[in-house]
Design a protein around this ligand. Sequence first.
Ligand SMILES: [Zn+2]
Ligand SMILES: [Zn+2]
Length: 238
Amino acid sequence: MSDFLNKIKDIILNSLYPENIKCIFCGKDIPPETYICSHCSKMDFFNNDTTRCTICDNPIKEHNIICDNCKRVKRHFTKLTSPFKYKDNVRIAILKFKSDGAKYLAKPFAKFIVERLTQENLDFDYIVPVPSHPKSIKKRGYNPARVLADEISILTDKPVKDILCKVTYTKNQKYLNYNQRQENLNNSITLLDKNIIKDKNILIVDDIITTGATIETCAKLLKSAAKIYGCSIARTII
Ligand SMILES: [Zn+2]
Ligand SMILES: [Zn+2]
């Protein structure tokens, strides 16, 4: 095939299935369904340090079981898990997914999350996405956590339950610490149906986990569930 035709094929495939032929982190051409090129596979993008906090999944010093943060604050969830570290090209890809309309990235991101959930034997009945305020959904066109939850649902055959609702538009949390984030989030999310979660295991889905404050706010509302897990594409390494 001529270069010209190859280019046309790439443009068509790229617009239809960009995740199939390009590395999600650097954009290099790769075989279909590989998602990450060999170069990026060797980078420190994976949150797979051998010692990680058994509650929040943050890397910790050897011989420790839980991190200082989890020792300090009460957690209403059992465990969090995130396959990637929120840094460098991972960060760029997530921002593309969150703010640049790159919804197709949900499929590869979900694949890595589900691989991690399987490795960690996290068994759940329902998937609950962290809600977005209607104003944010209107701005982006979608709630990234919901899109991710849908892909996780396809891969795990577990239903998504939209039982959390963001009722207040919260200001950007980027520069807030854990307590400020909690305060900012309190009363901004409500639970629509507490009966269906009773004694069920719940998986809360978010795009990024920073301090764990958002998942904690959701977990507090879902406290009638048996067990609450949380997952995200990546987590900030504290
Ligand atoms: Zn790459
Ligand atoms: Zn921890």
